[in-house]
Design a protein around this ligand. Structure first.
Ligand SMILES: NC(=O)c1ccc[n+]([C@@H]2O[C@H](COP(=O)([O-])OP(=O)(O)OC[C@H]3O[C@@H](n4cnc5c(N)ncnc54)[C@H](OP(=O)(O)O)[C@@H]3O)[C@@H](O)[C@H]2O)c1
Length: 326
């Protein structure tokens, strides 16, 4: 039956296909609907640091994207999700929304579970009802770090703090709700937009402290892989373009402590602040954190996707990009 005219009009208003800047031929991993039409992505968290880079990467690939900000959808509220999805026709939904103030939420576990667990389940229920696959972003904090080696996707999880527990619960509720899902576990994200939920990213904080001439003390007993949101955005789009459902570890390559990361930021920015190491116990932070949360992108390697580049190379690119938007 043909759709009423107002439905088509509303859809035309809401979907704004971006002009394609994608110059390489359409590859096996590039999203295309079965009929070859432009793929329609619904992005939750469009104003976040990862969300903004996913929107940009999707535009570069010629996908059609409906970006939803927090003002457009509240993922803890099923009615809000239904309103946001009304008259929308999606090939995939990507969720980047989260509550991730790690220390604050130790005292607010109910909010953490509402957004990071129940909120994800509500989204999954809405997607399942529409037969839309859901891609969701999770964290290295689902691990405690006791393994002392990079974590593969099938390693047992054992989060140490409320954030990690709530994100792990979100992963499980998603898997229980719909088989058509991907989970991307990332770590130490930084992007030009800065994490809105955290009041900026680590790189921005380091540069600000150095420019203000303040002493910089950074922990050297937490090892991870900082990851540039541009690289994660492209990996997510590659995977949802046709890779099997399930959990994917998706970080830049290599590993470093936060202290090593800070040193690299200053070296590449030609800044020389008073930088010194600190132990986690000296920081007095509320939440426990993994000492070694490096992830191995084992599944990405298995399906033959290009490895994500080294974190140093990504950081150098980020610093150039951040300079050009200042
Ligand atoms: N940042 C990291 O270091 C890191 C590391 C590993 C994994 N992750 C995960 O990566 C994902 C993206 O992180 P990010 O750094 O891009 O975060 P971000 O910049 O804080 O972006 C999250 C976005 O989601 C929106 N949002 C928050 N709560 C919402 C809700 N209840 N309903 C609808 N929208 C909501 C936020 O809007 P408002 O700001 O307007 O509320 C924000 O625009 C998250 O899932 C996070 O857990 C982050």
């Amino acid at each position: 039956m043909p759709k009423p005219r107002h439905v088509h009009a509303a859809r035309r208003r809401r979907w704004r296909p971006h002009r394609s800047k994608w110059t390489t031929p359409v590859g096996a991993w590039q999203i295309r609907a079965e009929d070859g039409a432009v793929v329609k992505i619904v992005l939750i968290g469009k104003n976040g640091q990862l969300g903004q880079d996913i929107a940009r990467a999707a535009a570069e690939r010629g996908h059609s994207l409906l970006g939803l900000a927090h003002a457009d959808v509240e993922i803890t509220d099923p009615a809000s999700i239904d309103r946001a999805f009304e008259e929308v026709d999606a090939d995939v939904v990507i969720n980047t929304a989260a509550y991730h103030r790690v220390d604050e939420m130790e005292d607010q576990p109910s909010r953490a579970f509402e957004v990071n667990a129940t909120g994800v389940a509500r989204l999954a229920i809405a997607c399942r009802a529409r037969a839309w696959p859901l891609a969701h972003v999770s964290t290295d904090y689902v691990f405690s770090g006791v393994l002392g080696r990079p974590h593969g996707e099938s390693d047992p999880t054992d989060p140490l703090n409320v954030y990690g527990i709530s994100k792990r619960a979100g992963e499980s509720l998603l898997a229980l709700t719909t088989a058509r899902h991907w989970v991307f576990r990332a770590s130490g994200l930084y992007g030009v937009a800065g994490a809105s939920g955290k009041g900026g990213n680590f790189v921005q904080t380091m540069l600000r402290l150095a420019r203000e001439g303040r002493p910089v003390r950074v922990v050297d007993d937490q090892v991870l892989t900082p990851t540039y949101t541009v690289d994660l955005a492209h990996t997510i789009l590659d995977v949802v373009g046709g890779a099997p459902y399930g959990i994917y570890h998706a970080t830049n390559a290599g590993q470093c402590s936060w202290y090593d990361f800070a040193r690299a930021i200053f070296e590449l920015s030609e800044l020389a602040p008073d930088l010194a190491r600190q132990s986690t116990s000296e920081t007095g932070v509320r939440a426990r954190r993994p000492t070694f949360s490096v992830l191995e992108n084992a599944r990405l390697a298995q399906i033959g996707l290009d490895p994500m580049r080294h974190w140093r190379e990504a950081l150098a690119d980020y610093l150039c990009a951040a300079k050009s938007v200042r």
